[in-house]
Design a protein around this ligand. Structure first.
Ligand code: B16
Ligand code: MG
Length: 213
């Protein structure tokens, strides 16, 4: 097989919480008088919470010191984290679960590499709390995508050299992180529309063909 392990991004790949991020950022931006739309929300994909806040503030021409920025980031996260209570295993698409199960049955190691500090909780809510061989989240890293740290740590935990890992990503920053870590990437969503990655996935189950080669 071409790969020994597959490392999945979480938001935009295994599940879709963009609308929840959007609502939480919009609520903060509205309060601060900063125009916030889907285009700006797209720029926050795969980017850490504090870096996301800085992008929003820059777009609105707002400057603030670190304590104030930390308070705003926490405010956004309170709204976002509360909204995660609405997630259930039904939010995991059946084709995603069956593809993951088939990949595992073929002997591939499966990991998650997410910038989100909420990743363990999201996986728990989706019923995937114990599924993956490793979960590396925003809680475990210092540098967020496009830095390769999240994927390199996942590969290390899996005991698999980067060249034998395939990363699945929806963010251009995430595909760049995979490449900087020496890994191939399969792109979905926004990253696919940008033409990033060695492969483009129209359907999640197409991973079965890519990894079988
Ligand atoms: P949190 P991923 C990323 O998750 C999201 O795409 C990004 O929009 C978010 O800002 C980031 O997590 C941090 O999330 O505030 O929950 O720590 O796509 O890398 O799974
Ligand atoms: Mg993502």
């Amino acid at each position: 097989m071409k790969y020994k392990a597959v490392i999945f991004d979480l938001d935009g790949v295994l599940c879709h919480t963009d609308h929840l991020h959007y609502r939480a950022w919009k609520q903060l931006a509205d309060r601060l008088g900063i125009p916030f739309d889907q285009e700006l929300n797209n720029q926050l994909r795969g980017v850490s919470r504090m870096e996301s806040l800085d992008i929003v503030l820059r777009a609105g021409g707002v400057e603030a010191d670190l304590p104030q920025r930390e308070q705003w980031a926490a405010e956004k996260n309170t709204v976002y984290a509360k909204s995660l209570d609405t997630l259930t295993p039904q939010d995991l698409e059946p084709s995603v679960l069956s593809t993951l199960q088939t990949l595992r049955s073929r002997g591939l190691l499966l990991g998650v590499g997410s910038s989100s500090k909420n990743a363990p909780r999201i996986l728990e809510r989706l019923g995937l709390g114990d599924f993956f061989d490793t979960v590396v989240s925003g809680l475990d890293i210092r540098n967020s995508k496009p830095d390769p740290e999240v994927f390199l740590l996942a590969a290390k935990n899996l005991g698999t050299p980067p060249k034998d890992c395939l990363v699945v990503e929806d963010a251009v920053a995430g595909v760049e992180a995979a490449h900087r870590g020496g890994m191939d990437a399969a792109a979905m969503g926004d990253a696919a529309r940008s033409g990033a990655g060695e492969y483009t996935l129209n359907e999640f189950s197409e991973l079965l063909n890519i990894t079988a080669a």
